[in-house]
Write a protein that binds this ligand. Structure first.
Ligand code: IMP
Length: 422
């Protein structure tokens, strides 16, 4: 196998970071293709905790090239902070190891202010991470965006910022009534940051093309999850990028036209941060128990994650949306020792029973139909119990793909590979 995509198959926070870190040790190139610093991967390196938001996990390994593709929205200031953190942890970063597309879209200060104002004052609260992600993608799609390469030429930057601000200033002044930097101030700030980023900027598309031709092993590191995808997700409570498999082709480019395998990272239960419908959400003590035992707090915002039972109609849908070839089942230990265990196998929706979601389904109107499954109580020191094996087999049968990785803790020894990757 030469290429692998790691995709979150639920609402993000499935534990992609640890598995990406382990698999990136075996590959030559790690690529981010969508999202921005709304993501958060916590990685422990020799007892030190490093949280990566924007820089691909490959940065931790000297043999690996980390690529930020053009589909990413890039906050130069957040990058500076993260780079300083990585460097202060003794990790080497240079322009061979880190390559950032000059065509990536920049998150401006205006984008960040609008994100915060909309969340505070707008008619629909999405519960965003407040990083300016949505407004930056809006600028890109409306053809008013600033590209990273624009940061290198102050005149171009000023002219593009003027174009980008022309409609926004009405919003900022009259609707939100907030202060915002002038074009000159924003241009100076971004230009200065651009000088720091300049060594890393390159044509990542051609770099990947060469890497494929040279037979390099490539890992695509997805951020968020399929249910947050702008097209496939629970719209409007989604992020603004293509978080699923298709995002790779538009957000990075894959010259061979396909990725060999797609691994869907799947928590053994379901969590969600931010607003939006969540069919299997638990409002009981059981939900609180899972939240506490699972340490379910967002890595980027520190918010408590909402918790619920495993939702198979959503997972079956995720398998289809992202052509998943197998799943990694994570945080299985959190469910161990519980008195009861349920999974949702189908929904009642518009008077019918359906077993798979689809784009545009109104998740606030589905009624989950739960099935009791035999609880398991494993310490994961030896063989898996019959009940846990039955839980895994049930998931494999329902989804039609294997569980290729089982994770029952954050340590390397607690992540069992049931199949060889790379
Ligand atoms: P945004 O990406 O900041 O615009 O937020 C849009 C929605 O996506 C909100 O519900 C966020 O909570 C959610 N979201 C964004 N990034 C992540 C992530 O990395 N993990 C989980 N949820 C996320």
């Amino acid at each position: 196998m030469k290429s692998l995509a790691i995709i979150g198959s639920q609402w993000g926070d499935e534990g992609k970071g640890k598995i990406t870190d382990l698999l990136s040790q075996k590959c030559d190139v790690v690529v981010r293709f969508q999202g921005g610093n709304n993501a958060g991967h916590t990685i422990i390196v020799e007892d030190r905790k490093i949280v990566l938001h924007l820089i691909p996990s490959g940065i931790l390994h000297d043999h690996c090239v980390s690529v930020v593709g053009h589909g990413v929205v890039f906050d130069p200031e957040a990058f500076k902070t993260e780079l300083e953190d990585v460097l202060s942890n003794g990790i080497e970063v240079n322009s061979n190891k880190l390559r950032i597309s000059g065509n990536a879209s920049v998150i401006t200060m205006y984008n960040k202010i609008i994100d915060a104002q909309r969340e505070a004052k707008g008619p629909v609260k999405i519960g965003t991470t407040g990083k300016g992600i949505g407004p930056a993608y809006e600028d890109k799609i409306s053809r008013k965006g600033i590209k990273l390469k624009d940061l290198l030429d102050k005149d171009v930057l000023i002219s593009k910022l003027k174009g980008s601000l022309s409609e926004k200033e009405h919003l900022l002044e009259h609707l939100y009534k907030v202060e915002y930097p002038s074009v000159e101030e924003e241009a100076s700030r971004l230009f200065e940051l651009g000088q720091m980023i300049k060594p890393f900027i390159c044509d990542t598309f051609s770099f990947l093309d060469h890497a494929v031709k040279e037979g390099k092993k490539i890992l695509f590191e997805g951020a968020q999850g399929i249910l947050l995808d702008i097209d496939y997700g629970s719209y409007p409570f989604v992020t603004s990028s293509s978080t699923s498999y298709g995002g790779i082709f538009t957000g990075a480019g894959m010259p061979s036209g396909k990725v060999d395998e797609v691994l869907g990272i799947t928590k053994a239960y379901t969590t969600r941060v931010g607003e939006g419908p969540f069919p299997t959400e638990l409002f009981s003590e059981v939900g609180e128990f899972i939240q506490k035992k699972g340490g379910e707090f967002g890595a980027t915002t520190g918010r408590k994650r909402r918790c619920g039972w495993l939702d198979l109609p959503l997972l079956k849908y995720a398998v289809k949306c992202s052509s998943l070839t197998s799943i990694a089942l994570t945080k299985v230990d959190v469910l161990s020792g519980m008195d009861e265990l349920k999974v949702c196998k189908s929904y009642r929706y518009n008077g019918e029973e359906i077993d798979c979601a689809y784009p545009g389904i109104d998740l606030s109107k589905v009624e989950p139909i739960f099935t009791d499954v035999a609880p398991f109580n494993d310490d994961f020191k030896g063989e898996l119990s019959d009940n846990l094996n039955a839980y895994i087999e049930m998931i494999e049968k329902e989804l039609g793909i294997p569980v290729s990785i089982l994770a029952f803790g954050p340590e390397r020894s607690e992540i069992k590979f049931r199949k060889e990757f790379f």
